[in-house]
Design a protein around this ligand. Structure first.
Ligand code: MN
Length: 314
């Protein structure tokens, strides 16, 4: 995935004067990726940049298409300082990167790409394909201790599942719901795909984590507030459980983590600590150095935006 926005946004936790374990519901932004794939962007929002180390959260689909060209086509672009996490509930995405990886992800599998000091990749709907696409793509900010590690790509074929009456949760990254994913991450966090039947449900949470809910299908109620697709619900830390109600089947992404207290700059597809670091990555990409080449993708690289950040920012 790729981020076309380049405005830095200000951080905010629960607003001053609000209890720590607040619930805040924000509308996702609508963005278009590559050729025609519309995504709901739940993070970053002006009001909220991170949930734990999660700094970017796209929900795409469900959609059906007749031609491969109507699916995902994201040309070559670079990343630094983050991990991308791709989780599909329907369809297929073919990933290629500058390490030479060529990997197709399908529902139930997980791709984690660690950018570290620099990687480039492409993403496309392969042909032939099942004609559907639905999933999440998320970015994790690497902590400064790991921001410049070597790039890597990891495909996880199966992830742990937690079940309770009327609840099925696939813990695709991190730890929570009495499960631990084998995927490599670098800070305390959770990413899960949760399906519920109608009724009232309780999921255990880690009180030291803040959490976010992105509904993919149906709707759920938390603290009496209904959350639907196209919204992000932020849950402040201090909760030992999540009690939710649904009037029918529903499915949502549950992300969480220890509040990420490092100040980061998210610009285009880079996570950095200084404008100089971002500028150097942009210049290296344009010069064809550092990131390497992605082989085998038919389309053009993504356009690189102008750098409009003020150098007064750290
Ligand atoms: Mn990307």
């Amino acid at each position: 995935m790729s981020n076309a926005r380049n405005e830095p946004e200000s951080p905010l936790r629960c607003p001053p004067g609000v209890q720590e374990d607040c619930l805040i519901v924000l509308d996702a932004g609508i963005s278009e990726l590559g050729t025609g794939l519309v995504v709901r962007r739940a993070l970053p929002r002006r009001q909220r940049r991170t949930i734990g180390a999660w700094c970017f959260l796209d929900h795409f689909g469900p959609l059906a298409y007749a031609q491969p060209s109507e699916g995902m086509q994201v040309g070559a672009h670079p990343h630094i300082g983050l991990q991308t996490v791709t989780w599909l509930t329907e369809g297929e995405v073919l990933h290629r990167d500058s390490l030479g990886t060529v990997a197709t992800i399908r529902a139930g599998g997980l791709n984690v790409m660690t950018a570290g000091r620099g990687i480039a990749h492409t993403e496309e709907t392969p042909g032939p394909n099942g004609g559907n696409l639905h999933g999440l793509q998320l970015w994790l900010a690497l902590p400064s201790s790991h921001a410049e590690i070597a790039p890597a790509f990891e495909h996880v074929e199966s992830v742990p599942r937690w079940t309770d009456a009327g609840v099925t949760a696939d813990v695709f990254v991190g730890r929570g719901l009495e499960s631990t994913s084998s995927a490599t991450v670098h800070s305390p966090l959770l990413g899960a795909d949760v399906a519920v039947t109608d009724g009232r449900h309780r999921l255990p949470l880690q009180p030291g984590f803040e959490h976010g809910i992105v509904v993919m299908e149906g709707a759920v109620r938390v603290d009496g507030t209904t959350i639907r697709p196209g919204q992000l619900a932020y849950l402040g830390p201090g909760r030992s459980d999540l009690v939710l109600e649904s009037d029918g089947p529903a499915r949502f992404g549950l992300v969480g983590g220890e509040p990420f207290d490092e100040e980061i700059i998210l610009w285009w597809n880079f996570v950095g600590r200084s404008v100089d670091e971002i500028r150097a990555a942009r210049e290296d990409w344009l010069a064809g150095t550092r990131f390497g080449a992605v082989d085998g993708y038919a389309g053009a690289p993504l356009d690189t935006p102008e750098l409009l950040l003020s150098s007064r920012r750290r």
